[in-house]
Design a protein around this ligand. Structure first.
Ligand SMILES: NC(=O)C1=CN([C@@H]2O[C@H](COP(=O)(O)OP(=O)(O)OC[C@H]3O[C@@H](n4cnc5c(N)ncnc54)[C@H](O)[C@@H]3O)[C@@H](O)[C@H]2O)C=CC1
Ligand SMILES: C[N+](C)(C)CCCC(=O)O
Length: 524
């Protein structure tokens, strides 16, 4: 059962939970347009706190993407608040870093259990915050439960090496945690990012100060409550809130040992520069413009479904999306027809409704940006096979931001839509003729986050997997993220990996210890 702290969140999310019932419209009438989330979003020393910043200019409203209504007002952390959070994490590090792996594992298993009991409620909060459909948010939270359990397992696997140096001498290595990890997240997967960044750090004995995107502050504090409820010592996970300036204070704080960041390439560049100043470790998960290659011998329905997964989850706002789809010429027309049919069958609407397949774009600004890409495609001569319109699917969602999922054809490799990350529900489909041609075109990008191939020829599939310049390659599927598989980018898509056993490399440093068994042999 739930304890007091998690209940605080559930109380805050009461309206959200109501919205799940059959009396949905009435619930929305009660909830929409009210400040549903009233608790402070800052988390320090095991509880939600009000920040010290009382500057009126430092308050920002959180608008629900689905309706444009105000969900809450969040106060930006001050420099002092960032410092206080880092001090709390630093002091918690002393004992957390020496806790037995088994103890860390138990707390993480408990965290996963509490999370599992609250999947629906956490997902509802995530839907309010992000506009993604409820089924997808639930799927995200289920994945987070798995990641936490995976990290619980890793906590007991952290080990060094014994190295025989001859004549009885030997050395060994210790894997030691880094210290305070500063984590900075983006708005498309706020809860998942809080988990992917904090659980690996925590399982290795680090402590964390987390700053979510200012657009999506709600579920990160919930993460704090779940951790505390599970028995995580106070200070091991703290949450600060605010915009880029707050992220910058965190990245430059001298007591932060590593920064793990997800977001755009320009901001990632600044974060890396800040880390360079302090000689800090840095992990960057950045943008993408990933290719998906579909051969004529593929299982066509699977290829179409894979293309949907590669482009239309979270309204297309996913870094790893396969937004450049190359289809072998003999099946090009058939593929486009089938894709368009499937895209037209999507249900754009209220993300809280169970039958909605695509929800709201995160903000009006992002929707404008996506529309500017679609306009540029039209101007450059591309054809809109379907979608690409700004709509209001229901009068109750009048203040929300919705774009019909869009398929572009007649796209040239040099067009802006073919080269830049759109971060919206827009896919470009191109014909191709030969394997060598498509590999060259697929790799002709500054990004390298992911790629995919659909074919029944497995020799060719593995040949292509080896040739694609990308951190993740999907064969006959797309956008699946098992906790066991490392995730991260080549080229400008990032540095370092999240997930998998590499989590241990990412959040520990190696100490070599030399042991002399004989007398010291000194020529001087
Ligand atoms: N590849 C990815 O994972 C993502 C890419 N994007 C892309 O980035 C564009 C802009 O979205 P934003 O959320 O504004 O992304 P962003 O990269 O500007 O922000 C990401 C995070 O970094 C923080 N931040 C901003 N400036 C900072 C600084 N100087 N130092 C430290 N932290 C800083 C932000 O407050 C936020 O928490 C989107 O349109 C999209 O194209 C956005 C989200 C995720
Ligand atoms: C792992 N994934 C792809 C679901 C989210 C990673 C970050 C991003 O898309 O911004």
């Amino acid at each position: 059962m739930l304890g007091g702290r998690v209940c605080a969140f559930l109380k805050a999310a009461r309206c959200a939970r109501l919205a799940l019932g059959w009396n949905q419209w009435q619930a929305r009438y009660i909830c929409r347009g009210t400040s549903a989330f009233t608790s402070p979003m800052h988390y320090l020393d095991g509880e939600r706190i009000e920040p010290t910043n009382t500057d009126a200019g430092g308050h920002f409203p959180i608008l629900e993407p689905a309706t444009g209504h105000k969900l809450c007002i969040v106060q930006e952390s001050s420099v002092q608040d960032v410092h206080t959070a880092v001090v709390s994490a630093k002091s918690a590090f002393a004992s957390w870093s020496t806790a037995p792996g088994a103890e860390r594992a138990q707390i993480l298993y408990k965290t996963a259990q509490i999370m599992r009991e609250n999947i629906e409620a956490i997902a509802v909060a995530e839907v309010h915050d992000t506009g993604k459909p409820l089924w997808e948010a639930k799927f995200d939270v289920e994945g987070c439960v798995d990641t936490i359990e995976y990290c619980a397992g890793l906590a007991r696997m952290i080990a060094g090496q014994h190295i025989d140096l001859g004549r009885g001498n030997f050395g060994y290595t210790r894997r030691e945690p880094l210290g305070v990890v500063g984590a900075i997240g983006a708005w498309n997967y706020p809860f998942q990012m809080a988990v992917w960044k904090s659980a690996p750090a925590i399982c290795c004995g680090n402590t964390v100060v987390y700053k979510p995107s200012p657009l999506t502050p709600i579920t990160t504090a919930i993460m704090g409550e779940v951790y505390t409820e599970a028995g995580l010592p106070n200070g091991v996970f703290n949450v600060i809130q605010g915009s880029g300036a707050v992220g910058q204070y965190l990245a430059t704080h001298p007591d932060v040992a590593k920064v793990t960041f997800t977001g755009s390439v320009p901001t990632g560049t600044k974060v890396m520069a800040a880390c360079a100043q302090g000689i800090k470790y840095v992990l960057l998960e950045l943008g993408g413009k990933s290719p998906l290659v579909i051969f004529a011998d593929c299982q066509l329905d699977n290829a179409v479904k894979g293309t949907m997964l590669a482009n239309f989850l979270t309204q297309g706002q996913v870094c790893s999306n396969g937004t450049r789809v190359y289809v072998e010429r003999p099946i090009y027309e058939t593929f486009v027809d089938k894709l368009v049919e499937r895209v037209r069958a999507m249900k754009l609407g209220d993300p809280m409704s169970e039958d909605t397949t695509m929800g709201a774009i995160i903000s009006g600004e992002q929707a404008d940006r996506i529309m500017s890409f679609i306009e540029s495609a039209k101007e450059e001569g591309a054809t809109i096979a379907t979608g690409g319109e700004r709509v209001i699917p229901d009068p109750a969602l009048a203040g929300g931001h919705y774009i019909t999922p869009c398929v572009l054809t007649d796209v040239n490799d040099d067009m802006r839509v073919a080269r830049e990350e759109i971060f919206g529900p827009v896919v470009c489909v191109f014909p191709f003729d030969t394997e060598s041609e498509v590999i060259e075109r697929a790799n002709d990008t500054e990004y390298g986050l992911a790629g995919g191939v659909f074919t029944r020829d497995l020799t060719r599939a593995h040949r292509i997997a080896a040739k694609l310049q990308a951190g993740s390659v999907y064969i006959n599927n797309y956008n699946v993220y098992p906790s066991e598989l490392p995730f991260g980018g080549y080229k400008k898509s990032g540095i370092g990996r999240e997930n998998g056993i590499l989590n241990i490399d990412a959040f520990t440093q190696v100490k070599s210890v030399y042991m002399e068994m004989g007398d010291v042999d000194s020529p001087i």
